[in-house]
Design a protein. Structure first.
Length: 223
């Protein structure tokens, strides 16, 4: 388990990268983590952070105090965290809504990633609160779906996501990195980003693109 200081360092390093560099790093080290098709619904800035998870669906919530979906995660989150929600019930009800966005914004969360639809998108946009999701809906979760679990493994695309893992998301897509592999993935992504920055500099210096993007570029992700 990583310490708070390590987590902050990992998040700071992730925030200097983009999702494509991290996706390439995941490929290079032979892991799975990139998810396509999640849309940047509101704020256009990149987000990166440590993950808390929520699983929604049909059924009875766990015994205890009945709370609206998402509220437990917001209250337990730290500034800079990302809440990741699984809503794969097949019912087009919102995995996230406007009041939740207000609460998460006030708590200082980096954003929300939803495997499922979200609502009150305009409200979140006015708050400048980042939402990534499969799409939008007007349908409330109330009376349709419930919160089944907090901080248990969930599925986003074909990737299993766990509390304490890390995510980076931007206009290109979303990438998840397990807490067990964050160090080698970050180091590999930083190397890839530095090499591509040097390639861009070479192009601006007048080197032909066929030379810059030659055999070395094609082999860059080989293990």
């Amino acid at each position: 388990m990583t310490s708070g200081v390590q987590t902050n360092d990992f998040v700071a390093r992730l925030n200097k990268l983009d999702a494509c560099a991290v996706s390439d790093a995941i490929d290079k080290v032979g892991l799975r983590g990139a998810v396509t098709g999640l849309k940047q619904m509101t704020a256009t800035r990149r987000i990166a952070g440590r993950i808390l998870t929520i699983r929604l669906g049909v059924g009875e919530p766990p015994p205890g105090v009945l709370r609206h979906i998402g509220t437990t995660a917001i209250e337990s989150a730290r500034a800079g965290d990302i809440i990741v929600v699984e809503q794969l019930s097949g019912i087009p009800a919102a995995a996230w809504g406007g009041i939740l966005s207000h609460g998460a914004k006030l708590r200082g969360l980096a954003g929300v990633i939803a495997e499922g639809p979200v609502r009150d998108v305009d409200e979140a946009r006015q708050l400048d609160f980042p939402l990534y999701a499969r799409g939008a809906t007007t349908l409330t979760a109330r009376g349709r779906i419930v919160e089944l679990a907090n901080n248990q493994p969930i599925r986003v695309g074909d990737v299993w996501v766990r509390a304490g893992d890390y995510a980076i998301a931007d206009s290109s897509g979303v990438v998840f990195i397990s807490q067990d592999t964050i160090e080698p993935v970050l180091a590999t992504a930083e190397d890839i980003a530095a090499r591509e920055a040097r390639m861009a500099e070479s192009l601006h210096a007048g080197q032909p693109i066929t030379e810059v993007m030659g055999a070395n570029y094609e082999k860059m992700l080989r293990r």
